[in-house]
Design a protein around this ligand. Sequence first.
Ligand code: SAM
Length: 278
Amino acid sequence: MSGTLYLCATPIGNLSDVTLRVLDTLRSVDLVVAEDTRVTRKLFAHFDIHTPLESYHEHNADEKGPQLITRLLLGEDIALVTDAGTPAISDPGEKMVRLCIEEDIPVTSLPGPCACITALTLSGMDARRFVFEGFLPRDKKEQKEVLASLANETRTAILYEAPHRLKKTLELLYKTLGDREIALCRELTKKFETVERTTLEEAAEQTEGAEVRGEYVLVIAGRPADEKKAEERAAWEMLSIEEHVALYETDGHDRKEAMRLAAKDRGISRRDVYNALL
Ligand code: SAM
């Protein structure tokens, strides 16, 4: 019988945030694989854990993954941890989970700290509907696409950013999204945890020339839904009913559905649309 892969969430700053289940698992598995063994050794030393430790990170995942699969198939239990927080969330882990699924190897995830959720709960922003973007892509084209989708996004958006890129990212966000509310959540769970609730314009101004230190999560308010609706409205208000229906048809809707959508946009009945088309 094959072993199990345990995804173990570890603290994002405060060591007391580790769960009892994670500690038990790290002690009982045959092997722990870590993003950076030096970081995990500190956790091991603090909690007196002596399980064999090996590395599994972005740069050795293709080679190491199949080796770990062989060990799991032979019955070993393996725990996967990253430097901080929940594995697979902007961290290695995803590939390993996929390999296990392909081989029918049991995978379980031990929940615990995660910077994006901690930041969202502290932000005071709408937490019912949110979108997690992780780090903005470095590739300019991909970055442009993500920013364009965020500009239209009505849900609260959560982003990760490294301190040395914070200023540039805030400038880009302000330039693309306009002025929105933002919560800059810094050094979460640590001694100097701060949450600065401000606007994108002010945040971009404040970081200008300032030395930025510490880890940040950015929580940005979604685009106001009425603003988005007003823009969509402005787009079709220039059209005749016939052109409005045709627009939906070009989007791939059949005529009946296109008429229904146009009627809905205009706040008129389908019969009115039908009559206008006659
Ligand atoms: N897997 C982790 C998680 O569950 O949140 C995220 C790992 S990602 C490589 C690292 C990023 O998470 C940092 O650049 C920062 O944006 C965010 N982060 C991690 N710890 C943080 C903390 N204590 N305070 C604020 N942000 C943090």
